[in-house]
Ligand binder design. Structure first.
Ligand code: SAM
Length: 304
């Protein structure tokens, strides 16, 4: 899809470039913050699965740029498998959130203190096979919860992406073991056509005697929940968040309309990914170097 047709189809993609965000996901965190006041009194934050970095940008702007008096107090640590371009006030770790070594590296940046807030927008590469995608997403959420139990202070907040699929109540129950309040939310900038939602887990209070481990995070037996039916199966609290009179992520807005009084111009992305894993494939495709049974029939791609 060309840049201007994506601009037309996706209002948040376009607004992200206008407002200087690296990805449209920034609006999801901003809208979650509008409803849950996530950044109030926060000085140590971990952004798990952070690349290309729009959530870290939100943290940097909200906690440092808008509150320069807190500059020396605030510590933001961002972790991703992928490299990420630098951001002011953000310490980056290129690592895997399923590894204990990553937890130790994060802790080393907090000088013995625990985090007030852990956020995770983790998503695996989508296969298109919905059951598998949903399962892997669930595993990534459990991995994020797992590493969070090493990092978060009692009373702290954890926010993570969740796919609202058929077993969402199992995941919800896992989270309820550790947090007194768990809410599933759909920011307005998250497309209605997607099962993506976010869990906002407040008041971290692990069970007495719980020892953080990376091995077996499941304190609730999923089979126990699968056997529950009807009213016995938990109805998970759900809320829509963000300004409902604001932009709708599923609607198409004409490019001729100016936003905020400015005439519309197609803009370049704010930050191209650094060394993305698909770089070699793109290069091979551009140079017609991908394996093919008959190369003369392969059209040259001009829209990568
Ligand atoms: N929140 C980011 C932003 O606003 O720019 C977007 C995050 S993107 C949707 C999901 C990220 O999860 C990818 O960059 C991917 O590399 C990362 N990821 C997936 N599995 C991971 C893992 N095991 N450890 C660390 N990062 C992981």
């Amino acid at each position: 899809m060309g840049r201007s047709s994506k601009d037309k189809r996706d209002i948040y993609y376009r607004l992200a470039k206008e407002d200087g965000w690296r990805a449209r996901s920034a609006f999801k965190l901003l809208q979650l913050n509008d409803d849950f006041d996530l950044f109030n009194g926060v000085s140590r934050v971990v952004d798990l699965c952070a690349a290309p970095g729009s959530w870290s940008q939100v943290l940097s702007r909200k906690l440092i740029e808008e509150r320069p008096e807190n500059k020396d107090k605030v510590k933001i640590v961002a972790v991703d498998l992928q490299a990420m371009a630098p951001l002011p006030g953000v310490t980056q770790i290129q690592g895997d959130i399923t590894k204990i070594s990553t937890a130790h590296e994060i802790i080393s940046h907090f000088e013995g203190e625990e985090a007030d807030l852990v956020i995770s927008d983790g998503a695996p590469d989508v296969t298109g096979l919905h059951d598998i995608d949903e399962y892997i997403q669930g595993q990534l959420l459990i991995a994020a919860l797992n590493i969070t139990t090493h990092l978060l202070k009692n009373g702290g907040v954890f926010v993570a992406k969740i796919f609202r699929g058929k077993d969402v109540d199992i995941l919800y129950n896992q989270l309820k073991v550790f947090f007194s309040t768990v809410t599933i939310c759909k920011p307005r900038s998250s497309r209605n056509s997607s099962i993506e939602s976010f869990v906002v887990c407040q008041n971290y209070s692990p069970p007495a005697g719980y020892v953080p481990t990376m091995c077996n995070p499941l304190l609730v037996d999923p089979n126990q929940f699968k056997s529950l039916e009807g009213v016995n199966r938990i109805v998970v609290p759900f809320m829509a968040c963000g300004d409902l009179s604001g932009y709708d992520s599923d609607q198409t807005y004409p490019l001729t309309t100016s936003i905020g009084g400015k005439e519309y111009q197609t803009l370049s992305p704010i930050q191209e990914p650094i060394n993305p894993p698909y770089q070699t494939a793109c290069l091979l495709k551009k140079t017609n170097g991908l394996a093919s049974s008959d190369k003369t029939e392969q059209p040259q791609s001009r829209d990568l």
